[in-house]
Design a protein around this ligand. Structure first.
Ligand code: C2E
Ligand code: MG
Ligand code: MG
Length: 682
């Protein structure tokens, strides 16, 4: 552009001087600087003083552009060919690249010379901003490419404006069906509705909103998590959708493992108790009754021990199936552990309904179980507690159903029993005893009594049985029949039993005194004591300490010990026998496979249970049984002791039948050690 009018320099230059953001440079026909405003100084680093008089190409034009610039300038001055406006990469004083958008104007001054004005706008900030945008874009696409998620950019109404997916398989729709469509067009209605609600929530909340949903791909269910975040100032939402099927499957498995029994697939203890809690809440709200049914398979332990755990497991699986089939779908059947099951019946109208269900449950076991070609008959004992009559907490209801179940066992098994107040009293008593037993030994509340044993033929004392007595300041005298099973259960029988052995041996030493009469002392041993690995060595030490020969000590063992069938029992019995201690089978006749035990273990004595002895003078069956027992025992080389001899007639008859030893109130009740020792001296 060649302006025929000379520039009105002053006013224009004043204007240029006032504008810092734009660089204005003036050049004469030789391209020497004639004008250099403050904007030029800021952009290129030369002050006006430094720049004035110097040539354009020496100042800000990079080496490679110089010839071109000179040529273009000449063309303009001499031929009027304008230099077009363009983006240029020039140089500053310190050699840095300066990006500018450059405009050029040509004036003729009053001396008729050409003056070229360059008006340069620095593009540094713009370039930097552009570079940042590019970086962000690259960064974002790197993120997109490296995550398996699907990104959707959506408007508030659910329209999809853009998307990114690592692969088409993530889209679950054809890619061309996405942009421009609404989320409602590509997802099932219920999921789309959820999406839309969450979009609005994300827009309003201005934070990440997430939710999960599932999609059915012709039978295959896949699970997704969507995270939504609004884009500031854009009224749009980014949704990041992730396939979480694998995670979901894993956590589902964990949940299953945590709440369901692996063997039977029934709800396990946790879930059963949870359902019980829920049931109580529901019933409370509805003011309805419910039943907690506690089932325990009878003698399951024996099956497990004799046929192996494999068979036991299969039985449990089958039992669980039968139980589940015996109740309504809405009722819960759960496995509490081992062979214990729970059934929860809600919304009961009356208790007869429960009896019907319980009868069904018992009947479910009537058919024999067929396992590995074997037919097995199982029965179960059932205890029932009713909400709210027998308790309104899970703990109470469960405990009371458990108590009732024990009652059912006690009344012969294969039956059911409702919880009653008496059972509660029984259990309270049991708990009291348990509490008081704790520390009773340390408090010296025990005393060992002795009941003498007599030779049936000549009526002479031959020894005594040690029988434990407990006097507690709160409960008074408690009989061993009551507290021994509890001490057995808690394990305190182990130290208590040692105390009895110690006492009995000391007593024997004292009782015998100088007489060298060769008395024996018999001590009862409980099953639990056999689990004490130190039992045998303890006995050995005590005997040695008291300087007593082992055969002076007898251990009375009931069938209960042997029935447990554990190898450690066999082991200890063998060792005790080797030691020379005499073994006596107590309460003979009350169990049912006594004979085989007698053959299997090295017993020296057999004690006929009191219940048979009391009958021998009255009924023939008892007499026949005692006769047979004595004959059999003698044939096996065992001595026979009759327990609970209360009358002279019984003693006479026992003598006729060939019984060896007798013990009972007819001679003496159990008495304190002092009395026994006094008795000998008299
Ligand atoms: P057990 O070993 O069969 O003891 C005999 C029980 O019959 C004793 O009862 C004894 O007092 C009682 N008795 C003896 N003669 C007669 C009689 O003529 N008529 C009647 N009606 N009863 C008679 P006790 O002392 O109450 O002991 C009961 C059971 O407690 C014992 O039965 C024994 O199994 C157990 N027991 C006692 N002391 C101990 C002990 O130190 N350790 C262990 N593990 N159990 C013990
Ligand atoms: Mg005994
Ligand atoms: Mg006995």
């Amino acid at each position: 552009m060649l302006n025929p009018q000379p520039a009105t320099r002053d006013s224009v230059h004043q204007l240029f001087d006032a504008v810092d953001a734009i660089s204005v440079q003036g050049y004469d026909e030789e391209r020497r600087v004639i004008y250099w405003n403050r904007g030029s100084e800021l952009l290129y680093g030369y002050t006006a003083q430094e720049a004035l008089g110097r040539r354009l190409e020496e100042l800000i034009i990079p080496e490679i552009m110089r010839e071109g610039v000179i040529a273009a300038h000449k063309e303009w001055v001499h031929k009027g060919v304008e230099i077009p406006a363009s983006e240029l990469e020039l140089r500053s004083k310190d050699g840095q690249v300066v990006n500018v958008f450059s405009n050029h104007a040509m004036f003729i001054n009053e001396r008729n010379e050409c003056e070229m004005y360059c008006i340069d706008i620095g593009l540094g900030d713009v370039k930097q901003a552009q570079a940042e945008v590019t970086l962000k874009e690259n960064w974002l696409s790197a993120v997109f490419e490296s995550t398996p998620d699907l990104y959707l950019l959506m408007s508030g109404n659910g329209n999809i404006n853009n998307y990114h997916a690592g692969g088409f398989d993530q889209l679950y729709v054809r890619p061309e069906g996405i942009i421009g469509n609404n989320i409602a067009d590509i997802l099932p209605r219920n999921v789309a509705l959820k999406f839309k609600a969450k979009i609005i929530e994300a827009l309003e909340a201005g934070r990440v909103v997430s939710f999960e949903y599932e999609l059915d791909f012709t039978g295959e269910i896949r699970y997704f998590e969507a995270r939504l975040r609004s884009l500031e100032r854009h009224e749009q939402v980014v949704a990041i959708v992730r396939d979480i099927t694998d995670q979901h499957t894993a956590s589902e498995l964990i949940r299953k493992q945590a709440y369901f029994d692996a063997l039977t697939s029934l709800p396990n203890r946790f879930l059963s108790l949870d359902r019980l809690l829920q049931m109580i809440k529901d019933m409370e709200r509805e003011s309805e009754k419910a039943a907690v049914i506690f089932l325990d398979i009878d003698d399951f332990k024996k099956v497990n021990d004799s046929l192996g755990h494999d068979v036991g497991d299969k039985l449990l699986v089958e039992a669980a199936k039968r139980l589940s089939l015996s109740v309504r779908k809405s009722d819960t059947v759960g496995r509490l552990g081992g062979d214990e099951f729970i059934v929860l019946l809600k919304s009961l109208t009356d208790c007869t309904g429960v009896v019907d269900v319980v009868e069904n449950l018992l009947a479910a076991f009537r058919e024999p179980f067929r396992i590995d070609g074997r037919e097995l008959i199982l029965t179960t004992s059932i205890g029932i507690s009713i909400y709210p009559d027998n308790g309104d907490t899970a703990t109470d209801l469960l405990r009371n159903a458990d108590i009732a179940m024990y009652q059912a066992k006690a009344s012969g098994r294969n039956t059911h029993s409702f919880f009653t107040r008496e059972m509660n009293e029984m259990i309270m008593r049991r708990m009291e005893i348990e509490g008081q037993l704790h520390g009773a030994l340390e408090r010296n509340e025990f005393e060992v009594y002795y009941q003498p044993k007599f030779d049936v033929r000549d009526g002479k004392v031959i020894g005594a049985e040690a029988l434990l007595r407990w006097h507690n300041p709160i409960l008074g005298n408690v009989g061993p029949d009551e507290f021994i099973p509890i001490a057995e259960h808690t394990g305190s029988i182990v130290p208590i039993g040692k105390y009895v052995i110690e006492q009995a041996l000391q007593f024997l030493v004292e009782w015998e005194g100088e007489s060298r009469s060769g008395y024996t002392v018999a001590v009862n041993l409980s099953p639990r004591q056999f689990r004490d690995k130190k039992l045998v060595s303890f006995v050995e030490e005590r005997l040695r300490d008291e300087n007593l020969r082992p055969e002076r000590l007898e251990f009375e063992i009931t069938e209960g010990v042997l029935m447990a069938g554990q190898s450690y029992v066999e082991d200890s019995l063998g060792k005790l026998h080797q030691l020379g201690v005499r073994l006596s089978m107590d309460d003979f006749g009350t169990g049912y496979s006594s004979l085989s035990y007698l053959r299997q273990y090295d017993f020296d004595l057999l004690k006929i249970d009191r219940s048979f002895v009391s009958g021998i003078t009255k009924n023939k069956e008892d007499r026949d049984l005692v006769t047979a027992t004595i004959a059999m025992a003698h044939s096996l080389g065992l001595q026979v002791v009759a327990e609970g001899v209360e009358t002279a007639a019984q003693l006479t008859l026992l003598r006729e039948l060939g019984c060896d030893v007798a013990q009972g109130y007819h001679f003496s009740k159990p008495v304190p050690a002092k009395e026994m020792i006094g008795c000998r001296r008299e």
